[in-house]
Design a protein around this ligand. Structure first.
Ligand code: GDP
Length: 866
């Protein structure tokens, strides 16, 4: 059957790839992972119909003639209302539980009720006067009752000059079904504006503003997006701006035409705005942001002092700093007060880079294996790599060794092998921590005279954590004190069992000094690679990973790359991290120019805008302009991340990840003062494993917590446990940068209790339904624009505005959904208790019959125990 790629369908539907992917995911098309996923023809048809059907209501006529203009302010549930256990991890996991997304109102518990109360009073307080006609339901009732955590706290008594909405100013902000995010009560008494979920990016504010002195002399126009705080332009007139009132500015600007600042290149989309812009009319007073904007930038965009904006936020109950990020809704709310509009200009890198494209089997071709050499210091890694390279030279390859480029290829009878010449597990793990899985195979070098040493064990654990097969090279067999058997026996403890002993690990005795066994080692690598059946599609724009990079005085930034897919050619436009460029020269390790580099092959490239980071991915894109745009976007994003110093692998985050993947496992790295205690802690913690949660001790060793441990934790999303062992200064620094959780203990039971709690946190809470009330439908009446409302008598308990309901006819459930409106006489009410009567509207349901039972229920999240 014909298939349709998601991006094709998105095009047909006039949606962005991301919108459609999100839509599909939200509608349980589980197989859809990206815009390059495909849908069966029938599916595509069904999706098209659904999407179009969903659009219809949007095309419906604009708000009624007697509008209830409502300024809806989302509110933060006050910390006091949050259930006590919210600080506990289990609840955190629940925030990403699917149930919470589908029934946002159900899982919120008390906090939500409280929030809803506030929202209720807030809307009541702010509602502009037109009373809805009798019998009708307040227009706000149909909107999502879910308060966003990213919202402003309303001032209980709105000050008349700022908050009284008029028909022209009024704004309705509502966002469809936002998953309930439980907000852990802030530890300080200050309420902060929570950040928007996902990456936060300071967007560009692409509005020109007029700046001049009070007499209108020396006018200048600045692009506020590039205007850094304190950085003066045009002879310091920028700061003058602050002293001008908004009206002054508007007045001045109206009189003058706008000219752009010299040399400020605008993005092509802004064509028309380059010249001749007078003060933006209301419709043009737009601030474009991408996900979020800092208080400082927003103030600049609005042409007001940041302190004024901060004061305004404070008046709304939010303590904010200059660098605090405001989400779109909050920014919109503030901007509206200054007659500005906020527009979201998301930049979707996936539109340009096909990260996880599915490859058709027929496009795949074999590629060489990529090998990393690891092992204890002085066991001969460097010597072995040299020896391997020498076999190549001796075999008559032209040119000899000219330079070290961090990776090279060796030809064997069984085909080429690529070695990453970055010995040591730091490079390996650092790369993996950055998300690059560059290595197919690890060659573990163990000196036959020295045997298994701490870094040997570390290397084994790093390779295992990366799920990369290990091949052992037992080196220095030329030495008289070499003891092959001892090494093999020692390795057995780490589940590396030689084939000769009935295991499945290949172990090759070698001597890097004499070259003995090196050929055999290469052959074994090639053999192992065959088993792995490594393939890639060479027939597309290249992508891969940066192996190493440096700044060369003469040649500029030089990077060694490994191609993982596609083919790289000189002239290609490439982007890696926040660097980009048109590739001028591509060479191999002997300095020979290459015209094409295929998967599994390394190369050195020139032409990048800066020195990239080892371990970063690179992608070839259509043209240099695109590469530049992506790079700039990433830089903005990075700046944002640096600002917010987000913690990546804190426990909470681990839970979130696990909750998502459905996998229940906790990964631990244990360091301790003496072997005995490390073993004891490891054993005690392993014993915590239950059928629900596995405990995986991925590494344990004696000693301080090192940077390498931290990198292993980053790469494996693990947690570091130190027992009478502290983090080295550098390790602590990296851990805080990367957000790795390091927990130190000196009493074993404390470690056990704490990790047990952490494990419990991994378990998603079970959801329990609790019926809160029942009502019987007595009669029906129709309300214009709202359809059918049921007149009910509450028989039992209560019916609440934010409750979920089920409609039972006889014994049979005929519908379940949410209360849309709840009224007593003409008043909207929050709940109606037995034995009172009420009018109930149910969202998306009108087919009531007298005698139907309406059962209201709440869903409680119940924390599971191990
Ligand atoms: P690395 O720290 O693992 O990279 O180890 P090196 O390659 O620097 O080797 C450490 C020392 O061991 C050097 O002095 C080497 O000359 C020596 N060495 C390496 N391989 C062999 C070998 O196969 N036999 C002997 N006798 N010495 C070796």
């Amino acid at each position: 059957m014909a298939k349709k790629r998601v991006y094709e369908l998105a095009k047909d539907l006039g949606m962005s790839n991301k919108e459609l992917v999100d839509w599909l995911v939200a509608h349980d098309y589980d197989e859809v992972k990206s815009h390059s996923s495909s849908l069966e023809d029938g599916q595509a048809q069904a999706v098209t119909e659904k999407v179009l059907a969903e659009r219809k209501p949007k095309a419906a006529p604009p708000p009624p003639a007697t509008p209830g203009f409502v300024v809806r302010r989302r509110v933060i549930a006050p910390p006091v209302a949050a259930p006590a256990q919210q600080a506990e991890p289990a609840v955190d996991a629940s925030s990403s539980a699917p149930a919470a997304e589908t029934h946002p109102a159900q899982a919120g518990g008390e906090a939500q009720t409280a929030a809803a109360t506030q929202e209720f009073s807030a809307s009541a307080a702010l509602q502009a006067t037109p009373e809805p006609s009798p019998g009708s339901v307040a227009p706000a009732a149909g909107a999502s009752p879910v308060p966003s955590p990213s919202a402003l706290q309303p001032t209980p008594a709105p000050s008349p000059n700022t908050q009284r909405p008029t028909a022209t100013q009024a704004v309705v902000i509502s966002r469809p079904l936002i998953p309930v995010r439980r907000v852990t009560p802030p530890s300080s008494s200050h309420r902060q504006i929570p950040l928007a979920p996902g990456p936060k990016v300071i967007g560009e504010v692409k509005e020109f503003r007029v700046v001049s002195d009070a007499l209108g002399r020396g006018r200048e126009f600045i692009d506020v997006s590039k205007d850094k705080a304190g950085k003066k332009r045009g002879g310091g007139r920028v700061s003058d701006k602050a002293s001008l009132s908004k009206n002054d500015l508007m007045e001045l600007a109206r009189e003058r035409s706008m000219i752009p600042i010299r040399g400020k290149k605008k993005r092509p989309t802004k064509k028309g705005k380059k010249t001749e812009i007078t003060t933006p009319r209301a419709s043009k007073r737009v601030i474009k942001i991408d996900e979020s904007i800092s208080v400082g930038d927003l103030a600049k965009g609005l042409g007001i002092k940041a302190s004024d904006l901060i004061r305004k936020l404070m008046a709304n109950g939010t303590m904010a700093t200059l660098n605090q990020q405001l989400d779109i809704d909050t920014a919109q709310l503030l901007a509206t007060e200054y007659q500005y509009e906020v527009q979201k200009v998301g930049f979707d890198v996936t539109e340009y880079i096909d990260e996880d494209a599915e490859e058709a089997a027929e496009d795949l071709q074999p590629r060489p294996p990529v090998v990393t050499v690891m092992g204890h210091v002085d066991h001969g890694k460097t010597s072995l790599l040299d020896a391997i390279r020498k076999t190549e030279v001796a075999a008559g390859e032209a040119g000899g060794i000219t330079q070290h480029i961090g990776a090279y290829q060796v030809n064997t009878a069984k085909g080429p092998i690529t070695f990453l010449d970055t010995p040591g597990h730091e490079a390996f793990t650092a790369m993996r921590a950055r998300g690059a899985q560059a290595t197919d195979l690890v060659v573990l070098v163990v000196a036959a005279d020295d045997g298994v040493m701490p870094q040997t064990v570390e290397a084994i654990n790093h390779a295992k954590a990366a799920e990369v097969p290990i091949l052992v090279a037992i080196n220095k067999i030329d030495k008289p004190e070499a003891d092959l058997q001892r090494v093999k026996n020692a390795l057995m403890q780490y589940s590396l069992v030689d084939e000769s002993l009935g295991g499945d690990t290949i172990m090759v005795p070698v001597s890097a000094k004499t070259g003995q066994g090196v050929d055999q080692l290469l052959e074994m690598i090639a053999l192992q690679a065959e088993v792995l059946e490594l393939t890639a599609n060479p027939d597309k724009p290249a992508n891969g990973v940066i192996i190493e990079a440096k700044l060369d005085k003469g040649r500029g930034p030089v990077a060694t790359v490994l191609i993982q897919e596609g083919t790289l050619r000189p002239g290609d436009a490439l982007v890696t991290g926040s660097h980009y460029g048109k590739i001028r020269v591509v060479t191999n390790e002997r300095g020979e120019r290459l015209e094409a580099v295929t998967p599994g092959q390394p190369a050195e490239i020139l032409g990048l805008s800066g020195v990239p980071t080892a371990g970063d991915d690179f992608n070839v894109v259509d043209d240099e302009k695109t590469a530049k745009e992506i790079a700039e976007h990433r830089e903005l994003k990075q700046r944002q991340v640096d600002l917010s110093k987000s913690a990546k692998s804190t426990l909470q985050d681990l839970f979130a990840q696990h909750a998502k993947s459905g996998q229940k496992e906790i990964k631990l790295i244990i360091k301790g003062d003496v072997q005995g205690s490390v073993e004891a802690v490891a054993e005690a913690l392993k014993k915590l494993a239950t059928p629900k949660v596995a405990v995986d001790v991925i590494h344990h060793a004696v000693g301080g917590i090192t940077e390498s441990d931290v990198m292993l934790a980053v790469a494996s999303h693990g947690l570091i446990v130190g027992f009478n062992s502290k983090a080295e200064a550098k390790a602590a620094e990296v851990a805080s940068q990367e957000g790795v959780d390091i927990r130190t203990y000196s009493i074993i039971y404390e470690a056990v209790d704490d990790i047990k709690l952490a494990m419990e946190g991994l378990l998603e809470p079970t959801l329990r339904e609790r019926v809160i009330g029942k009502a019987e439908v007595r009669n029906l009446f129709t309300v214009p624009k709202l359809g059918t409302i049921a007149g009910v008598a509450v028989l039992d308990g209560k019916i609440a505005r934010n409750a979920s309901v089920r409609i039972l006819r006889g014994e049979k459930p005929v519908f379940s959904g949410k209360v849309g409106s709840l009224r007593r006489f003409k008043d909207d009410v929050r709940e109606v208790v037995s034995p009172l009567e009420a009018g109930i509207g149910i969202e998306n349901f009108t087919d009531f019959k007298p005698g139907d039972l309406i059962e209201a229920f709440e869903v409680e999240a119940i924390r599971q125990s191990l």
